[in-house]
Write a protein that binds this ligand. Structure first.
Ligand code: GLC
Length: 550
């Protein structure tokens, strides 16, 4: 469908400091074998599209064998591919084809927990209390005379208790769903196993890993009560010395992982999913630990100039102290798509376990999403694009209840719909579902809205003013414009409710989040705007511009 010259690879070892990384939620990206589920064949067939978009790397959500109790974040074999997604051979082909197109490949490693179907957990259940097999997980006796009370009062991130009782009376810990038993990272076998898994994939040419729940792997062995009366939150942002988030012991693990990554001639990289207080983040990103971490502070920030400025400052300066680049992200597979978020009265994110269906003005959200994307691409560091945001996709909030797949729906007793609305399969071509997602025309695993005919890659490509064209142009400038490739960043004075900063070579970025149009900075002309200037040449509300000196 798309003809374009391959993008040139970036040979340098520091590519990750400025990379634009595209998140592939493989189940929903493209279906090559016609069963309604995305797969490696589909991804391979669309690699040209990603090269055309102009990203440097892809991050693929878990693609391992899994019962899919949590969309693949319940891994039953870390060294193979889920049969619905393809084979290890296809994975190898994908890696080499991506590399030929100049795209690096980052996988998702899930070290906090396995699937309850993982061989280790099955053996642990069979081996019984006190066995070495159980010591790889967190098994404990219950409280109360007959042990019928859970060992402590922790809450699971998806709702409900964080302990499940086994038939022999012991309990096992799961910070997420019961199908996701937590590993015991104090056990040397667990450490050795994950080091071997990293090597397995690095040896196949994989360029890095996103680390799932990187802030949760180590627990206080005393497993003390938290004393919570309300539902627990996913993050450790507000608590100090939390018994299962952000513990000191994590850093030893990450130091050993970094040594493995650095032992390869073309160094491999890590990006942490670590929900920790911003002041703690540099601890993870010291030169002998992880390379980068997602900036959830930025993702969660409401579209408010003052708040954004604070987050941007904190991100850049906090990490500069340890030599790490900032990262930027607006959406992912866990959050309401930002077109929908930004069309609401409150443009911040809603907590995972709350109902997030809130009225939204989609046209406004889209305008703001365009401005936010231009802002993100103008900032120094690396940036993430979640599949479909480049098409302008919105959150699908009316998936029929009987089709919902996210465990949150069940775990909250059908009160919270969960994250399926941002995971709906991508529309590629044509006027009717499945919009080219599936080669056979089979219905996709989650239904697509009829009006996604206006959002297909094909429709976006044909429209010079589309979201896709804005992303492409911004990504190309980010990669090639001398003002954007370096790390220069300086705030300039600007009217209330707006942001204005300078990058290299006098290149400016202006973002108007106020209610009034504002003049462009004197002596500068627009290089790229997220929306049209008004008739007087002013920058309208909810619009951003990249500007160069006249
Ligand atoms: C991370 C993933 C999320 C998953 C959870 C448990 O937060 O992004 O999708 O449900 O970890 O593995």
């Amino acid at each position: 469908m798309i003809n374009s010259a391959p993008t040139s690879p970036r040979p340098d070892a520091d590519w990750w400091r400025t990379a634009a990384i595209y998140q592939v939620y493989i189940r929903s990206f493209a279906d090559g074998d016609g069963d309604g589920t995305g797969d490696i064949a589909g991804l391979r067939s669309r690699l040209q599209y990603l090269a055309y978009l102009g990203v440097d790397a892809i991050w693929i959500n878990p693609w391992y064998p899994s019962p899919l109790a949590d969309g693949g974040y319940d891994v039953s074999d870390y060294r193979d591919i889920h049969p619905a997604y393809g084979t290890l051979d296809e994975a190898k082909q994908l890696i080499s084809e991506a590399h030929e197109l100049g795209l690096r490949v980052i996988l998702d490693i899930v070290p906090n927990h396995t699937s309850d179907q993982h061989a280790w957990f099955q053996k642990a259940l069979a081996a019984g209390p006190g066995s070495p097999e159980r010591d790889r997980f967190v098994f404990r006796d219950g409280k109360g005379e007959d042990g019928s009370q859970p060992p402590n009062d922790w809450h699971a991130a998806f709702g409900g208790p964080t302990w499940t009782r086994t038939p022999d009376g012991q309990w096992y810990l799961h910070l997420f769903a019961p199908e996701q038993p937590d590993l015991n990272w104090d056990n040397p076998e667990v450490r050795a196993e994950f080091e071997s898994i990293l090597r397995f994939w690095f040896d196949l040419g994989v360029d890095g890993f996103r680390i799932d729940v990187a802030h949760g792997m180590v627990k206080d062995p005393a497993l003390p009560d938290l004393g919570l009366t309300e539902f627990s939150v996913l993050t450790g942002e507000d608590q100090q010395d939390h018994p299962h988030w952000d513990r000191e012991g994590l850093h030893d693990i990450f130091r050993s992982w970094r040594a493995i990554a650095d032992s390869y001639p073309d160094p491999r990289v890590f990006v942490a999913e670590a929900h920790v207080r911003p002041s703690r983040m540099p601890e993870y990103l010291r030169p002998d630990q992880l390379h980068t971490a997602f900036n959830f502070d930025f993702l969660k920030c409401p579209l408010d100039a003052g708040k954004l400025r604070e987050v941007i400052d904190r991100s850049i300066t906090g990490l500069a102290a340890v030599g790490a680049p900032a990262t930027w992200v607006l959406s992912n597979h866990d959050e309401t798509r930002h077109v929908t978020r930004y069309g609401r009265a409150d443009t911040g994110v809603q907590a995972l376990f709350r109902d997030r269906t809130i009225p939204t003005d989609r046209a406004l959200g889209t305008r703001r999403a365009r401005a936010a994307a231009l802002l993100m691409f103008a900032l120094p560091g690396s940036a993430y694009v979640y599949q479909g945001e480049e098409l302008g996709l919105y959150e699908v909030e009316d998936i029929p209840e009987e089709l919902l797949q996210d465990p949150i729906w069940e775990r909250t007793g059908h009160t919270v719909r969960g994250r399926d609305g941002c995971r709906v399969p991508l529309p590629w071509t044509g006027d009717t579902p499945p919009f080219g997602f599936s080669t056979s025309g089979a219905p996709p695993w989650l239904p697509q809205p009829e009006d996604w005919k206006e959002y297909t890659a094909e429709a976006n490509q044909a429209d010079p003013t589309s979201m896709l064209q804005l992303y492409r142009t911004a990504l190309r400038l980010r990669r090639t414009h001398p003002g954007l490739t370096g790390e220069v960043f300086r705030w300039l004075d600007s009217p209330e409710g707006t942001l204005l900063f300078e990058r290299g070579e006098g290149l400016l970025c202006a973002v108007n989040l106020s209610a009034r149009p504002v003049p462009l900075p004197a002596g500068h002309s627009p290089l790229l705007v997220s929306g049209p200037l008004d008739k007087d040449g002013l920058l309208p509300p909810d619009t951003a511009a990249l500007l160069y000196r006249d």
